[in-house]
Unconditional design. Structure first.
Length: 313
């Protein structure tokens, strides 16, 4: 066994110079990791491998000097055998690490969008379930369910909440209209038609947002930024330009989605104004026979007269 180790150390030491020359000519042939450099070749075959061979030789000397031919042959083929094995192992570890990082990025993105969705929710907003539309849902509400599902399909729950807000505004406005007018009145039909048109316009905007988001659903911004930060100096100009273009697409899409969200907010504001204006309309017949101010003044004079009568008594 000690003779085998001595032969292995001699064979390993003898192969350092040939592999150093090969690595200086083409570092990719002598190193197992991607994007190697010549300094790494020098460190490996001038320091690391000679140190390992010297350590093997010193630890085997106590048994005497008896290097074996089998050990010498094993030392000669050790590096060419170890390189593909190390490449395979490093590739497997890199893919495992990349999968773990991708899962962490996906979880972080999901948590961030969930926080954005919670922040986007307003008090009293009704949540639509695309799989189970509300009972008696009309064509407009069904369209809201479909557009919300399309936004959820592209992993944008922060945008899907806009459909919930639109549905809540629509239902509130229709409730107010139902309290102020009879369904057969011309004013009710006119207001209902205008509200429906505003909602359909907002749905068109939401559909456009879903299409815009679907275009970049496969672009992982965190992965692209990570590659630019980790491998920025090692990337070719063409690959760097491609990665930067992906980030530009994400930025442009988010800017466009922000502009479209502003349109949705404008539509929601119009619906709020409509609900407030309709609520101010008094269509019920007054129950009091006199005005409130007149009744208060009469009651005050009555109390004052009662006090004077009580003092005279």
């Amino acid at each position: 066994m000690l003779g085998f180790l001595q032969g292995l150390s001699y064979g390993l030491f003898m192969t350092c110079l040939p592999w150093l020359l090969i690595g200086l000519y083409n570092p990719g042939l002598a190193l197992p990791w991607p994007a190697p450099g010549r300094l790494q070749v020098i460190a490996r075959y001038c320091l690391l491998v000679p140190f390992i061979s010297m350590l093997l030789w010193l630890t085997s000397l106590w048994g005497g000097f008896s290097p074996s031919l089998l050990g010498w042959l094993a030392g000669i083929v050790a590096i060419p055998v170890a390189l593909p094995v190390e490449r395979t192992l490093r590739g497997w570890l890199a893919r495992r690490r990349e999968r773990r990082q991708a899962a962490q990025r996906a979880a972080a993105t999901q948590q961030r969008r969930a926080r954005e969705e919670r922040r986007a929710h307003e008090a009293g907003v009704s949540v639509l379930d695309p799989a189970r539309p509300p009972d008696g849902a009309d064509e407009l509400v069904l369209a809201m369910c479909r557009v919300k599902q399309s936004l959820l399909d592209v992993n944008r729950p922060d945008l899907a909440v806009l459909a919930d807000r639109l549905y809540s505004r629509y239902r509130h406005v229709m409730d107010v209209l139902g309290e102020r007018f009879q369904p057969g009145e011309l004013a009710f039909k006119r207001a209902q038609g205008l509200v429906t048109q505003v909602c359909f316009g907002a749905l068109d905007t939401l559909t456009t947002m879903a299409s815009q988001a679907r275009g970049v659903v496969s672009v992982d911004g965190d992965y692209v930024r990570g590659r630019l930060n980790r491998e920025g100096s090692q990337l070719s100009e063409e690959e760097r330009a491609a990665l930067v273009r992906r980030l530009d697409l994400l930025v442009e899409t988010e800017h466009r989605l922000y502009e479209l969200s502003a349109r949705i907010e404008s539509a929601l504001t119009v619906l709020d104004d409509t609900a407030v204006s309709m609520a101010r309309i008094e269509t019920a017949r007054p129950q009091a026979s006199v005005a409130t101010e007149t009744a208060l003044e009469d009651l005050r004079r009555f109390v004052e007269g009662a006090d004077r009568y009580a003092r005279r008594e």
